[in-house]
Design a protein around this ligand. Structure first.
Ligand SMILES: Cc1cc2nc3c(=O)[nH]c(=O)nc-3n(C[C@H](O)[C@H](O)[C@H](O)COP(=O)(O)OP(=O)(O)OC[C@H]3O[C@@H](n4cnc5c(N)ncnc54)[C@H](O)[C@@H]3O)c2cc1C
Length: 399
């Protein structure tokens, strides 16, 4: 276990550590720092801030890994009912950039049953190598067999980096794999890059309620693992006929043992909108002023053949259900056109929509932050402009 202690003879009571602790875990008593271990996460911020070397941290001792033995960038490619999910193509697109920066191979991991043909697609999406685990027990996702197979693959082939979708499956799988392989893991990344000198994965994600963007590294750990939300990265282009080396791996039967049994896969009851897949989204915020005015957006969305999105303020005001919320605690979307109506553009909202191709912002405040990310901005009253746009689009589109 890692530990931390204050060296009382060195502590001067300067309070730098109190200010540096992000978790409010340090207070002063008799001019000496005291750490509340119920709040301390052993992040080390206090030790780094102390100018008198009065805080001693001891890292957990464990068998040392030979980090240089780890190479290649892996992408866990999720499949459902034999169909590779588009998040996998997005991760392959990002993985290609990382692998090129490191000068290593981009490898895909595909687990399922009867997936040989699907594995070919991953070559066409940029994978140099595909590790294929094909077994009836892997047909649909289950925690135990998927984790055991991934761990076996990681132990044998030692990837430097593993990317995985921040989906229900991805989150459940990769956290288990990270624990079993003593890897570093950062969830919900919105940006990835490489420190080529140190061969570190730079993992950027919102932190402290989305108020700051933190770049997280995992020095001393391999693999370095990150999950990324759907629609944050661009899909890898398709190169028909491009081939990857397929490495089919067989494992002893006990590797596929599961403590749970899959009874049935029930298709999701379709929500009223499928925001994540929509090409056009008309989204509204507090600027609409009322639930009745919010209906204006539905008219515009209908004419454009799009879906309706919302800021959290609109959802909190009960103008529209939560399934429409876009942002950090809602959905991440990447439509061709995002029309933001009466939305100020706080970071927590932008995180969910800023990679949209074209952003049109309508706001009566010319200094609203949404204009910083907008392709086109209209300064004016949404309640006048939205009906006017609906009328014009209806005319232009003959609807
Ligand atoms: C942990 C955490 C998670 C969060 N997650 C999310 C999230 O997932 N999604 C999200 O959206 N927010 C989220 N938020 C909330 C976020 O910080 C903002 O409070 C929210 O996005 C603001 O919504 P808004 O832009 O609709 O409202 P406001 O910030 O109140 O902005 C309203 C805008 O409408 C304009 N306006 C007013 N009247 C008119 C008019 N008649 N015509 C034109 N413009 C007008 C105003 O100028 C203003 O810019 C989160 C916050 C926290 C702390």
């Amino acid at each position: 276990m890692a530990s931390i202690k204050i060296l009382l003879d060195k502590c001067t009571g300067c309070t730098l550590c109190v200010k540096a602790c992000p978790f409010g875990a340090i207070h002063m008593a008799d001019r000496k720092a005291v750490i509340d271990m119920t709040k301390c996460t052993l992040c080390g911020a206090c030790a780094a801030a102390c100018k008198f070397s009065a805080i001693e941290m001891e890292k957990a001792a464990g068998p040392k890994k030979d980090l240089s033995a780890y190479k290649d960038v892996w992408v866990f490619c999720e499949q459902k009912q034999g169909v590779i999910q588009s998040i996998s193509f997005e991760l392959l697109g990002e993985g290609r950039k990382l692998a090129d920066k490191l000068g290593v191979k981009l490898c895909a991991v595909l687990l399922g049953s009867g997936m040989e043909d699907a594995a070919e697609i991953l070559g066409e999406r940029g994978a140099d190598k595909v590790y294929l685990g094909d077994h009836p027990a892997l047909k649909a996702y289950q925690d135990d067999p998927y984790t055991s197979v991934m761990v076996k693959l990681v132990e044998e082939f030692k990837p430097e980096i593993i990317l995985c979708g921040a989906s229900t499956i991805g989150r459940s799988l990769i956290s288990r794999v990270a624990i079993k392989t003593s890897a570093g893991l950062t969830a919900d990344c919105t940006g990835l890059d490489i420190d080529t000198k140190e061969r570190l994965l730079l993992q950027t994600r919102p932190a402290f309620g989305g108020n700051i963007m933190a770049t997280i590294i995992a020095p001393g750990h391999r693999p370095q693992m990150a999950t990324v939300r759907h629609k944050v990265m661009k899909e890898a282009p398709l190169t028909p006929g491009r081939k990857a080396e397929i490495v089919s791996k067989a494992f002893p039967e006990e590797v596929f043992a599961s403590r749970t049994r899959l009874v049935e896969v029930v298709a999701e009851v379709t929500a009223t909108v499928n925001l994540s897949e929509a090409d056009i989204i008309v989204a509204g915020g507090r600027g609409l002023g009322s639930k009745e005015n919010f209906a204006l957006l539905e008219e515009l969305a209908k004419v454009l053949g799009g879906a309706v999105g919302a800021s959290r303020s609109a959802v909190d005001a009960d103008w529209i259900p939560y399934s429409h919320q876009v942002g950090q605690t809602g959905k991440t979307v990447c439509p061709k056109l995002y029309i933001a109506c009466g939305i100020s553009g706080q970071i927590q909202h932008l995180i969910g929509m800023q990679s949209s191709k074209i952003i049109v912002a309508i706001n009566k405040d010319p200094d609203a932050p949404i204009f910083k990310v907008a392709t086109y901005g209209i300064v004016g009253d949404v309640n006048e402009l939205v009906p006017a746009l609906t009328k014009e689009f209806r005319k232009a589109l003959n609807k």
